[in-house]
Design a protein around this ligand. Sequence first.
Ligand code: C2O
Ligand code: CU
Length: 522
Amino acid sequence: MSRKSVHRRTVLQAMAGTGILLTLSPGFLLTGCDGGVKATESGALGLDSEEYDVELNLRATSDSVPILPGAPSEVWRYRVELLKGPESTLSENPDSYLGPTIRLRRGQTVKIHIHNELPEDTTVHWHGLHVPSDVDGQPRLPIRPGETMTVGFEVLDRAGLFWYHSHAHGEQGGRVGFQSYAGLAGLLIVEDDEELGLKLPIGENELLLVLQDRTFTGTNELVYLDGGMGAMMDRMRGFLGDQILVNGAPPATRKVATRPYRVRVLNGSNARIYKLAWSDGRPVTIIGADGGLFENPEDKPYATLAPAQRLDIWVDLSDSRLGSTLELISGSYEAGMMGGMGMMGNSGLPAGSQFNLMALKVTESVDTAETLPVQLALERKRIPITDATRIRQFELSHVMMQGFAINGRRFDRTNVADDERVRLGDTEIWEFRNRTPMPHPMHVHGLQFNVIGRDANGNRRGWSGLTQGLVDSGWHDTVLVMPGETVQFAMKFERFDGLYIYHCHNMEHEDTGMMRYFQVQG
Ligand code: C2O
Ligand code: CU
């Protein structure tokens, strides 16, 4: 984020003919979040309790880190410090500039001091967690540059893989795509007694993967989009980088032993959909999703993972030969009409390309009796629905010259329409109908839901090769709605009233307005 204009020229030359792209240059950084909603007081939001089990200092700051061979790259990152609580709360991956993994126990109370050391507004959203509206990191409560906001909450969710990322949105549009692209994202794991009782692989046998795609200049500067015609197309489709990063580094080989592994994956990309598969064609054994473990494991030929979604995968290498390698890949698929007509022109790695994510090289022979439990989760019943359960309909459409919309509406600060008010304590079915040529990973803040079903009668607009991998079992906070599809899911608005958000988690769609507030009325 140097102030030298030479950077800008270099980038423009390097990118000539591929649309207008910019690095993390200061002029661009400062166009974000001026205006917007009022900043809050710096007092603690959320819990009233004086005593917290865990206390963290979290700084959103800029840094320069080695990502590719050669020059370091300018990034924005979360630095987190443990002030109080178990040592195991934070784990830093020395090779990654992403935020450290925050590991919490269900029932803990947590207090976090968030310091904004960036040149623009930011927020920190605890993606997937059931937390009060005021600590949810929504754009209505921005943290101004140089300010600190303290939030507190109790960990109410059952065990699962969640994540934290920025959620800033100002008068001139959203900054989620930019800020998380710059590096403001990290994993958050919730543990509980039920899951620990299963004795699933832990420590070095639990592989945590954050999948992202990035574009770099010849001098390793991160490149994101800017206004201009090429970028308009990029925003409509969502940003696709031409280099895959796993935990903030190029895909690598890991040495493993002849034993089972638990592979927990977050799609932290702005817009790319992954088709996870094993190189030897073995099925992908899925044991959980966004909201924790399934009741029973499920085999699929491949697993479709849209932005913001998580998957928990079991892979058993007990029978592997010493010296053999198994690769986790993203397989190829057809990316529809948006894939043709020059729409994919700005990425060297178009949607639906095949590439490797991780190689597991078996270098050690061990004896272990660990097997996949047939019964995983016990505790949680699906949300009960009846014929009388209210169905709320949402149509996903495209408004000419503006962008994608939900029921014809686009992001409008905290304004909530009459059909966006729900009652605390109610169970509802939300139905999303996708009338656009693009898939939309739809996310609802503050809760986990059950997918009831999807109806694919519609025209998929040329998207194919992803459907068999869609994961609808268990609990989710983000569901992929393919072109032409209608998807229904059930949720219960419990415990917390107030404003929450629902939006598409293709970050460019979200940033350009495919996002709305809804209100839970007490
Ligand atoms: Cu992952 Cu509204 O967010
Ligand atoms: Cu979308």
